[in-house]
Design a protein around this ligand. Structure first.
Ligand SMILES: Nc1ncnc2c1ncn2[C@@H]1O[C@H](COP(=O)(O)OP(=O)(O)OP(=O)(O)O)[C@@H](O)[C@H]1O
Ligand SMILES: [Mg+2]
Length: 331
């Protein structure tokens, strides 16, 4: 029989609508029954889970057909569109960053109350920090929380593809912001945001940046404009004052390391003997993305080795492997 905690977790995930967690726990129960030698019961549970998943994906496809705004014509070449159901609950950020996301969401959700008094919700946001710390996933989570489409524009790609015409293409994107409220995410922002006085590839890039600044200044839409970059030092200071919020990302600290791991492995059992001090010391310096990958590796290994829970040893090995991969890469 499923343990009382598992039933509680099942109900909790059902109530919060967290399907991913719901199915993960249901699978755990099935695995547990199989381990106890209750093959028939385990099979029946697995069948029910598969059926439920199928039904759910059918519903998702139906609703997406009606609700997805698909960019057409010229726009389809300029950006990629997606709908996400990612929320901030599964992500780990410092308290400072979380507070600022909450403020953005609150202002966005009540933008009409603000505009009645001549105030505007913050909606032009610059995200910067090292790779793998969650900038791109923030764009998805903001779109998910606000139930808006996410339109991603890769600026480096845009410039290479439309040499000489990029500014015109940017205008098309900014025009769309007025008619289609969405999260517009300019990734690889340093492709145009680099210091205008450095004199590299001057002409085109400077024109594109000047147009971008001008469009951003003129923009009165209700859309959210996000830009992300790794290289804040390169960014032009003229840019900073155009954004309502500039958010700095950093590598996870000790407390966050444990939270990232627990969050990522929420559908798995963790050995109670795990000494978190050891894990945290070993993992220091890894990004959220690298930690996430190490967790996935440890979880995979424990499934394939038919272990009942993820152990400290497996986690440490996976973390060491990630660190090693990082140093090899930096050589
Ligand atoms: N703060 C976080 N909390 C939980 N998971 C995270 C976090 N940041 C990153 N991840 C995980 O790492 C993956 C990659 O992160 P993401 O692409 O958002 O990093 P990034 O900051 O945009 O990196 P880059 O600068 O290389 O573009 C995410 O899809 C997610 O699985
Ligand atoms: Mg990114």
């Amino acid at each position: 029989m499923a343990k009382a905690e598992q039933i509680i977790e099942l109900l909790k995930s059902h109530i919060t609508g967290d399907d991913h967690r719901f199915f993960a726990i249901a699978m755990q129960v099935a695995a547990h029954e199989a381990q106890q030698g209750h093959e028939k019961l385990a099979q029946e549970l697995k069948m029910l889970i598969d059926k439920a998943k199928e039904k759910q994906s059918a519903i998702k496809t139906q609703t997406s057909i009606v609700s997805i705004v698909q960019p057409k014509g010229e726009l389809a070449n300029l950006l990629s569109a997606e709908y996400t159901d990612i929320t901030f609950a599964r992500l780990t950020f410092s308290d400072g960053i979380t507070k600022r996301f909450k403020r953005i969401i609150r202002e966005q959700q009540q933008q009409h109350a603000l505009s009645k008094h001549g105030l505007s919700a913050r909606r032009k946001i610059l995200l910067y920090g090292p790779p793998g710390t969650g900038k791109t996933i923030t764009a998805s989570a903001l779109a998910g929380e606000l139930k808006l489409p996410l339109f991603t524009i890769r600026l480096d790609g845009l410039i290479t593809k439309f040499m000489g015409e990029t500014a015109g293409k940017l205008r098309t994107i900014f025009d769309t912001m007025k008619t289609t409220r969405a999260v517009y995410f300019f990734d690889e922002f340093d492709a145009i945001g680099g210091d205008r006085h450095l004199g590299n590839d001057v002409g085109e890039i400077r024109r594109v940046l000047n147009s971008y600044l001008q469009f951003m200044e003129q923009d009165q839409s209700e859309s959210l404009i996000l830009a992300a970059t790794n290289y804040v030092k390169l960014l032009d200071t003229a840019l900073f004052r155009r954004f309502d919020d500039v958010i700095e990302y950093g590598l996870p600290d000790k407390d966050q390391i444990e939270r990232v791991i627990r969050n990522r492995l929420h559908g798995f059992k963790l050995k109670s003997s795990i000494k978190w001090e050891n894990i945290v010391v070993e993992a220091e310096g890894l990004s959220h993305a690298e930690l996430t990958r190490a967790c996935d590796e440890a979880a995979k290994e424990s499934i394939l080795s038919k272990l009942a829970a993820v152990s400290e040893k497996l986690l440490l090995e996976a973390i060491q492997e990630r660190k090693h991969a990082g140093t090899q890469h930096n050589k």
